[in-house]
Structures are given as C-alpha cells and as structure tokens.
Design a protein around this ligand. Structure first.
Ligand code: NAG
Ligand code: NAG
Ligand code: NAG
Ligand code: NAG
Ligand code: NAG
Ligand code: NAG
Ligand code: NAG
Ligand code: NAG
Ligand code: NAG
Length: 610
C-alpha cells in the first residue's frame, strides 16, 4: 500500500518538474561583430497556470530583475527597448508555443553579456528564469593553438567562426600558408546545445625556420563586406640547431681574447663554455662571450661551447693557440773536463711556435740548428781549444732567449816556443813558458850543479808568474856562483813543467838564433848598426861552426850576447806541439804578445829585485 503511495508521489514530483517554470537557452553563444545571432529559447510554466490574454515575454540584458531596471532587449507588450537594441531585435519564436527564440541583428561588442528571459502570462504569473544565455560578440575568429609547439612534431591548428546567424554563413580561410610544408586543411561544422560553430583545421609539421612566422585565419561572409582576421605568431620550440663559435685562433701570451658563442634554439639555451672538463662560464641566453685576460700557455687548448635548452643539446669546439717567445733554455751546468774526453750537452726550452735551437761557442756557430724541443751537442775528444763559453740560443718569431755554460778543459802542460835562455850582462837569463790546465808548475834543474830551483828554493833569483793557463818561470844565473862543481860552466838548464795531468822536462840549451839577431839589429840599432851586423854575422857563422863540434863553451856564451839557450829535447817534436802554431807569425799575434808582455813583466820584476 505504502509502496503505491511512494510511486504516486514520485510520479507527482516528476509531473511537477515538467510543469515547473523552466527555460532552455544555450549557456554560451557567440557571434561575429556586425552579424546577427539567434538565441534559441523554449520555456515551460506550471500546468496549473492559465495565461490571461495570451503569453508575453521580455528579454533582459545583464540581470533578470525588473526592479534593478536592466536594459530591455525585447518586449512583446510594447516597442520600448533599450536604446542599444532599437531596431535590432525580433522575437522569432511563438510564445504561445512556448518558443522564446530571439534574433539580435547587427551585434557589436557592447552586446556581449548575459541575456535573461521573463515570461509574462498575465496577472501575477510573471516569472524571470534564472538561466541565461551568455553572448560573446567577437571581433576576430578564435584559433586553438597548442600550449607547446615542438619542431618536427605534427601540429594541428583550428580556427572557429560562430554560425548562429541564419542568413549569413561564414567561410574560413587560412592565410600565409604558402611557406608551410605540406599543409592539410579540413573543415567541420559543430552543432551543440543549440549553437553552431564552423571550424577549419590546418595540420602540418613545423620546422625551426617557422619559429616566429605569422599564420592567419580569415572569416568572411559571402555577398557581404564582412571580413575578420586573426594572426598568430608561431612559437616553435626546437633544440639547438646551430652553435656558432669563432674559428680556431692564435693569441699572444699575456694578451686578452674574447671567444663568442651563439646558439640558435627556442627557447634560449643554457650556454656554457668548457675548457677540457672544466666549465668556465654559463648563462641562459642566445649568445655568450668568454673573455680570457692575460692568457698563459696553459690556456692553450680546445674550448667547447655547449647549448642545451631541454629539447636537445649541441656543441662546437675551437682550438686556441697561445704564442709565446722561447723560455730561457735549460742547459747543463758549467763543467770541467780532461782533454780527450767526450761530452754531451743538452739544451731544452719551450716556445710557441717551437723555437729553433742553436749552439754557439764563444759566439761562433757549432753543431747544427734544430727545431726540436731538445738540442744535443756532442763534443768528442775535446781539445784545449774546446775550452770556452757554450751558449744555447732559442729563437722564434716572438723572441729569443739563451743560456750558457762554461767548459773548462784540463790538460797536461805543453812547453811554449818562447821558452829560451839568453845571455845578459849579469849572466844567463832563462825563461820557461808552459800552458796547461790547471796552470803548470815550473821548476828549473841544473844537472851540472845537481840543484832544483823552484819557488821554495829561495837561494836563487827565481820568479814565476801565471796568467790563466800559462805559467812563466824565469831564473837568472850569475856567472860566478853557478859554475859547475867540477869547475866547468853551468850551461845545462832543464825546465820542468808539471800539473796533475803530467810532467815533462826539457833541456834549454844555449843556442844562437839568426832570426833573433836580425831582429835585434834592425829593431834596436837600425841603419847605424850595419857594421855591428857584419861583425855579428861573422861571429854567428863562427859560433855555428863551433856548435857543430859539441856543447858550446862558457867563455863564448859570456862574450856573445846574441847567443841564447832554447829548448832541446830528444822527443822535441812531440813535446813542442804548440797550443798555437808558432811558425806562422800572423796567426798567433795574440799568443806572441802575451808571451812578450809576460817576458817584459818578468824583466821588470827582475830588475826591481836586483
Ligand atoms: C522556435 O522558433 C524558431 C524560429 O521560428 C524555430 O527555428 C525553432 O525550431 C523553434 N523551436 C522549437 C523547439 O520548436
Ligand atoms: C551571393 O549572391 C549571388 C548573386 O547575387 C548568389 O547567386 C549567391 O547564391 C549568393 N551567395 C550566398 C552564399 O548567399
Ligand atoms: C670572435 O668573433 C667575434 C665576433 O665575430 C669577434 O668580435 C671576436 O674578435 C672573435 N674573436 C677571436 C678570438 O677571433
Ligand atoms: C647576445 O645576447 C644579448 C642578450 O643576451 C643580446 O642583446 C644581443 O643582441 C646578442 N648578440 C648577438 C650578436 O646575438
Ligand atoms: C659534443 O657533441 C658530441 C656529439 O655531437 C658528443 O659526443 C660530445 O660528448 C659533446 N661534447 C660535450 C663536451 O658535450
Ligand atoms: C747534460 O744534461 C743531460 C740531461 O740532463 C745529461 O743527459 C748529460 O749527461 C749532461 N751532460 C753532461 C756532460 O753532464
Ligand atoms: C762563464 O765565464 C764567463 C767569463 O769567464 C763568466 O762571465 C760567466 O758568468 C760564466 N758563465 C757561467 C755559466 O759560469
Ligand atoms: C844530487 O843531490 C841529491 C841531494 O840533493 C843527492 O841525493 C844525489 O845523489 C845527487 N846526485 C848527483 C848525481 O850528484
Ligand atoms: C821545490 O823543490 C824541492 C826540492 O826538489 C821540493 O822538495 C819542493 O817540493 C819543491 N817545491 C815546489 C813548490 O814544487
């Protein structure tokens, strides 16, 4: 029983709903400016209500309450409407048939808003429906653009035009599509909730080159002058498609250099400069400059610019070469060697471009010029002449640098030709000159007297002098004291030269020398001494004859100042290999002068002493 009651009451409710005050209007509706719009509308009123003198209605704009005096869009009882709707509105529906469809002609943006219908069935049966139609009056068509457009991915764009004006149907065209690759167009008509929309869809695959380009949709109404356009600028995201950097370049050490990087991407990439694994700089931009100040050779290398914007990454590298003048070469330390040994000298440096290396000995080129980082100079069987300063010179187009070392060659003493004995007024003067390194020690030995004369032997007038690698020793033998113990003349003088590498002993024998005689005559006596020359020449010949017979005699020695001792030895040839050749006067001016000046110094010293 109660079940039936429930059913009846449900039926009553349903019946009630269908016979309530109700209106059906499109919730949203749109129209292009200057066209018209038809708002489809139907309504219901309770079945119990009997319209009194027909059904009337009012369309309001903005709000539904008459007491707030909303603008009247249309009213069936009078012609009085709001000014902005004058002559524009018409009721298309038959209110008696509960059809409240409204036409608004020539709409403008000011007509956008909510439209409410109020039914007036006479007497107290006046009802404003709370449901409304929201009208949008458009000045441009709408284009659906995806939030994110990615290069190389298919893109769909749709342009919409409202189609709610019965006599005017829009046409849609796409604009600026000539440059698009294989665009596809399709149109559609969508009717929904008593409103209609025309649409045109464009499908294509955008490329980075299309970023920022304009596309347009044009809506027009045939046989009218009405045209509406909307332009969109395409924002096409794409991974970096080019990373431009400077070409590889050279820069001088100490200067500054700016490396540019430009990345073509959308959106702007995170650009970074890397040197090896080290990130030097980064920024989110379209370009990034890396400035290196006071560049050092350590900064030479590959620089990479990387652009990464989330859609992809790309990089480009360049090589920066740092030029610099040669560094001071590294050479061996100065060293002392024994004659005859062999040496290898190394010289190394850095520079860019790689410098050439040259070895110079005392300013003159030795060895070969090399372009390696290392130059090796081989000195084999080094002679005393190898002694000197060795300089390694490094040069490139940006400068030069050098380092040197000194090589000291040590060798056994060598007797020089200046060694001789001369007869002087007081007796016999013997000079012994030897070169060697370390400097030789000089001793005289008089075999006839069995005495050795050296620096520690103070009884004799002995003088030594050393000048670098040349030692000079001198003794003066007075006639009386130095006679042989057997009463004979002390004519034999040995000169003994020694250093740590050797010792030698040479007999300085009294000897007459023509050349010396001539020099004395021409140099000191000159033309006046022609007679003396003749006398001397005669004596010379005589002396020579005597010499052939044996050891010259003491009395002759004393009487003849033109005679002097000079070195004689069995292995004379070997011993007297000279540091410089003596035969050719022009060659050894220097050595000769040294010898002479040594002698002069000695003479002066001796004179001062005695
Ligand atoms: C209401 O009237 C309009 C205009 O005459 C018509 O197009 C529409 O079909 C009618 N609606 C209904 C539901 O009958
Ligand atoms: C436009 O006008 C021409 C003649 O005036 C007519 O033939 C044509 O059908 C009209 N087009 C539309 C869409 O009304
Ligand atoms: C790198 O290119 C920029 C712009 O072209 C230029 O100003 C700059 O000097 C260049 N740098 C080098 C090292 O070449
Ligand atoms: C480099 O980027 C800046 C902004 O980050 C911009 O103003 C400038 O025009 C760009 N330069 C080049 C050559 O693109
Ligand atoms: C540069 O790009 C290449 C591929 O194009 C990649 O192999 C390399 O790792 C990248 N270098 C850096 C430093 O990102
Ligand atoms: C010079 O130096 C190089 C490298 O340091 C070395 O090999 C060579 O033996 C040195 N030469 C001498 C003579 O010391
Ligand atoms: C080499 O000797 C010269 C002169 O004897 C001297 O001036 C120079 O300093 C020396 N060089 C080295 C590296 O010892
Ligand atoms: C020379 O003198 C030394 C002592 O000074 C002596 O031992 C030696 O026998 C002497 N020689 C001769 C040949 O007289
Ligand atoms: C000098 O000669 C004496 C005797 O021969 C010797 O004992 C002494 O060591 C020598 N002195 C030098 C400096 O050679």
């Amino acid at each position: 029983m109660w079940c039936l009651t429930l059913f009846l009451s449900l039926l009553l409710i349903i019946n009630d709903v269908s016979s309530q005050w109700n209106v059906w209007v499109p919730r949203d509706i749109s129209a292009m400016t200057n066209t018209c719009v038809v708002i489809q509308c139907t309504f219901m009123y309770p079945s119990g209500v009997r319209p009194y003198r027909g059904v009337h209605g009012i369309w309001y704009y903005g709000n539904p309450y008459p007491q707030l005096f909303p603008p009247v869009v249309f009213k069936t009882r009078t012609d009085v409407v709001h000014e902005s709707y004058k002559g524009r509105t018409r009721m298309l529906g038959d209110l008696q048939q509960k059809n409240c469809t409204l036409l608004i002609n020539n709409v403008g943006p000011e007509h956008s808003g909510r439209y409410y219908f109020r039914a007036d069935l006479g007497g107290a049966n006046v009802y404003t429906f709370p449901d409304f139609a929201d009208l949008k009056v458009l000045e441009q068509p709408n284009i659906d653009v995806p939030d994110e457009i990615v290069s190389d991915e298919s893109l769909t764009l749709t342009c919409y035009a409202p189609d709610n004006c019965p006599d005017m149907n829009p046409e849609i065209q796409w604009m600026y599509t000539d440059y698009l690759p294989d665009p596809e167009f399709s149109s559609d008509y969508i009717e929904e909730g008593n409103t209609a929309v025309q649409s045109s869809t464009l499908v294509f695959t955008p490329r980075p080159v299309h970023n920022g380009q304009l596309l347009g949709c044009r809506v027009y109404y045939p046989n009218t002058t009405l045209v509406y356009e909307r332009l969109v600028s395409l924002d096409i995201k794409y991974a970096p498609r080019s990373v431009w950097v400077n070409v590889s370049s050279e820069v001088m050490e100490g200067s500054s250099v700016t490396l540019h990087c430009e990345v073509d991407s959308n959106p702007p990439a995170r650009i970074s400069w890397k040197f090896g694994d080290q990130e030097l700089l980064w920024d989110t931009a379209s370009n990034l400059s890396l400035t290196l100040d006071d560049v050092t050779p350590a900064e030479e290398g590959v620089y990479t610019c990387i652009g990464d914007n989330g859609y992809g990454a790309m990089n480009t590298s360049l090589y920066l070469a740092v030029k610099y003048p040669p560094r001071e070469p590294i050479v061996n330390d100065s060293l002392t060697v024994q004659a005859g040994s062999s040496l290898t000298l190394h010289c190394s440096t850095q520079g860019s471009p790689p410098p050439t290396l040259t070895w110079l000995k005392d300013g003159e080129l030795v060895g070969t010029i090399t372009a390696d980082e290392l130059s090796v100079l081989e000195l084999e069987d080094i002679t005393p002449q190898g002694d000197g300063q060795y300089r390694c010179l490094a040069e490139n187009e940006h400068g030069r640098a050098s380092s040197s070392l000194n090589i000291t060659v040590e060798y056994a003493p060598i007797l020089l030709d200046e060694s001789k004995c001369t007869v002087v007024r007081e007796g016999v003067q013997c000079v012994c000159i030897a070169s060697g390194n370390p400097e030789p020690t000089i001793e005289f030995y008089l075999p006839d007297l069995n005495i050795t004369i050296n620096e520690t032997e103070g009884r004799y007038n002995f003088y030594t002098h050393t000048d670098g690698q040349t030692s000079t020793g001198m003794i003066k033998l007075r006639e009386k004291g130095e006679r042989a113990s057997n009463g004979g003349p002390a004519v034999n003088v040995h000169c003994s030269i020694s250093n740590m590498y050797g010792r030698d002993s040479v007999l300085l024998e009294l000897q007459q020398e023509k050349k010396y005689l001539m020099a004395v005559i021409v140099g000191t006596i000159g033309g006046v001494a022609v007679i003396a020359f003749i006398i001397a020449a005669v004596r010379y010949v005589g002396q020579n004859n005597k010499k052939e017979n044996g050891i010259p005699r003491q009395d002759v020695v004393l009487e003849n100042p033109a005679l002097y001792y000079s070195a004689v030895k069995k292995d004379k040839q070997n011993l007297r290999k000279k540091v410089v050749r003596h035969d050719d006067d022009s060659h050894d001016d220097a050595k000769e002068k040294t010898g002479i000046s040594n002698l002069q110094a000695l003479w002066q010293a001796l004179r001062g002493e005695s």
